[in-house]
Design a protein around this ligand. Structure first.
Ligand code: IMP
Ligand code: MG
Length: 176
């Protein structure tokens, strides 16, 4: 068990399971983009670890860019998704794969989809390491899902509770 701020968390998903899930996602993306050089767009802050491990496993030509969005306060999602750092690369005609750490309500995805619609990209796909199907309220298709999890608050592997826990190499869930 670990403590972050005022809350306790228990081990939930091991580093091995995470690695396995990322390997699977990379294989799927490589198969889908045979003659393309995709641009992976990581959604900061949470996705920095998954983007790093994902790219190290990706064996073909690819590029990376980051965008910063924030919607969470404490342990619950807010309706307002803010774009804190925008895209600074021209993505016209490019194949874009957004890489998310986790999709919860889907509010962030709606925002991202709007943003990329204005960019005239060739392909727009969404990959997420973690997905909470019970919390998902949108109908945007998620193309690549690493691990489906119940509607629990998790930390580790890039995910935080009010800033803490991102450095953990495995994932913990809130103790009930
Ligand atoms: P959504 O907009 O509700 O889908 O939330 C997406 C963002 O909220 C993610 O990219 C995370 O930054 C954050 N988030 C969602 N669920 C969790 C969680 O269980 N732990 C930590 N952060 C989370
Ligand atoms: Mg995020």
């Amino acid at each position: 068990m670990i403590e972050l701020h005022d809350k306790q968390f228990v081990p939930f998903i091991s580093a091995k399971e995470i690695e396995f899930a990322i390997t699977k996602m990379v294989q799927q993306v490589e198969d889908d983009f045979i003659d393309e050089t995709p641009v992976f767009v990581g959604v900061l802050n949470g996705s920095f670890m998954v983007v790093s491990d994902f790219m190290k496993k990706y064996t073909k030509p690819c590029e990376v860019s980051f965008i910063k969005m924030a919607s969470y306060e404490g342990t619950s999602s807010t309706e307002q998704v803010k774009q804190l750092i925008g895209l600074n690369q021209d993505l016209t005609g490019r194949s874009v794969v957004v890489i998310e750490d986790i999709v919860d309500t889907g509010n962030t995805l709606v925002e991202l989809k709007e943003l990329f619609k204005a960019q005239n990209v060739k392909h727009f796909k969404i990959a997420t390491l973690f997905f909470k199907p019970e919390a998902y309220k949108k109908d945007i298709k998620i193309d690549y899902v690493g691990i489906r999890i119940p509607n629990k608050f998790i930390v580790g592997y890039g995910l935080d509770y009010d800033g803490l826990g991102r450095n953990l190499p495995e994932v913990y869930k809130l103790k009930e």
